[in-house]
Write a protein that binds this ligand. Structure first.
Ligand SMILES: *[C@@H]1O[C@H](CO)[C@@H](O)[C@H](O)[C@H]1NC(C)=O
Ligand SMILES: *[C@@H]1O[C@H](CO)[C@@H](O)[C@H](O)[C@H]1NC(C)=O
Ligand SMILES: *[C@@H]1O[C@H](CO)[C@@H](O)[C@H](O)[C@H]1NC(C)=O
Length: 352
């Protein structure tokens, strides 16, 4: 009887002891969760901002631009009223979400461009770790009538977790919605991202050079980087036509070429705020130009954002941040040659 009691006491004590040790040393998933909640709380969870679009008058010092909201509503009602609604979201690893140095590469793509995305994934659009940065690619897509393409995109996201998709239809003017909705997603989902690279799916980009560039310029929270389009005349014909009733002026304010540009995470909120107030302009790169003018952001031009394709030279490409206008089959070849090239002036990994 006494032996039984002793036995009971000893086993109770050891169970309690083991339990204590487990609490002390075992990192439970719920412990991780609460730390993450804490982390997010430190940064105050962001909310989507109320929409308050209306006419605005902007000035860049040389010119004044008036955007008449009623006219935008008449000519492009959908752009003004669409509420960003996601159908697919990329998978972000906890290390990525929590990384203080995250470079997000956001690549505009059409659902049916699966071959382009495959070429990009086999070259530069992969997860990278460069210096103290984590690099994560995602593709920004909308919808299409082609059922096969929609299913392909869904399957790709299952496998690669790199698709961000909204429920509007792909189209030239709707590209501005990708800009607007991407800013909202960034604000809500990745408010602490260090840098964002925006690109297209028909180009060469250089993650290593982009990270080095980000590290060099991270002291400028209000500056966007890319190839500046100066003094662009408004076209009244063809693909980029803008009616005089929508926009009677002859010029656009400065904007960055859409083929590849970069902005710091600190500029996301002011850009997003502007996007909730300004009429949505039907040309995506010009639209971002208006947003940054309204948000008082500045630009830095850099020749390494190559937005018009240049003849292939592996050492030039090794230094370039982006080269626009390269098709999938070529890209895979070019990428290999650049990786194997031995150049005098190149980022650290590129030297001989
Ligand atoms: C704005 O556009 C509307 C609709 O076309 C027009 O009636 C109005 O006069 C315009 N306002 C200005 C200030 O141009
Ligand atoms: C934009 O998307 C909407 C909704 O899906 C669609 O009705 C519209 O035709 C699209 N516009 C263009 C220019 O493709
Ligand atoms: C933009 O900057 C100018 C000059 O620095 C300042 O006067 C103006 O108030 C700023 N506007 C906004 C919206 O921050």
């Amino acid at each position: 009887m006494r032996r039984n009691l002793l036995h009971l006491i000893i086993s109770t004590i050891s169970i309690v002891l083991v339990y204590f040790l487990m609490i002390l040393f075992w990192e439970s998933p719920s412990g991780k969760l609460s730390r993450r909640a804490q982390y997010n709380q430190d940064r105050l969870p962001p909310h989507s901002l109320p929409v308050a679009r209306g006419s605005v008058t902007l000035s860049d010092g040389s010119y004044t631009y008036h955007l008449n909201f009623s006219q935008f509503q008449l000519e492009f009602p959908y752009l003004q009223t669409y509420r960003c609604s996601l159908t697919l979201t990329p998978h972000l690893q906890p290390e990525e979400e929590m990384a203080t140095k995250l470079l997000l590469m956001a690549i505009k793509s059409h659902p049916s461009s699966g071959a382009r995305r495959a070429a990009l994934r086999s070259t530069w659009a992969r997860r990278w770790e460069v210096e103290d940065y984590r690099v994560k690619p995602i593709f920004l897509v909308a919808e299409t009538e082609q059922r096969g393409a929609m299913e392909m995109v869904r399957a790709e996201n299952e496998e690669f977790g790199d698709i961000l998709q909204w429920d509007f239809t792909e189209g030239h003017h709707n590209l501005s919605l990708k800009e607007r909705c991407f800013l909202e997603w960034l604000h809500l989902r990745l408010p602490h991202v260090a840098f964002v690279f925006k690109g297209d799916d028909d180009e060469y980009a250089n993650p290593e050079a982009l990270v080095l560039y980000a590290r060099e310029h991270d002291a400028f929270p209000q500056t966007l980087h890319g190839h500046i389009q100066y003094d662009t005349r408004v076209m009244r014909e063809a693909k980029y036509r803008i009616s005089e009733t929508l926009y009677p002026f002859h010029r656009f304010p400065l904007f960055l070429s859409g083929g590849g540009f970069m902005f710091p995470g600190t500029s996301v909120l002011p850009l997003y705020q502007a996007s909730q107030k300004l009429p949505v302009f039907p040309l995506d790169d010009v639209y971002v130009g208006f947003l940054s003018l309204a948000a008082n952001l500045t630009y830095r031009n850099d020749a390494r954002f190559i937005v018009v394709r240049r003849e292939f030279n592996p050492c030039l490409y090794k230094l370039a941040l982006v080269v626009h206008g390269i098709q999938s089959d070529e890209l895979v070849k070019i990428w290999k040659e650049v990786q194997n090239a031995c150049c005098k002036a190149a980022p650290p990994n590129g030297k001989c």
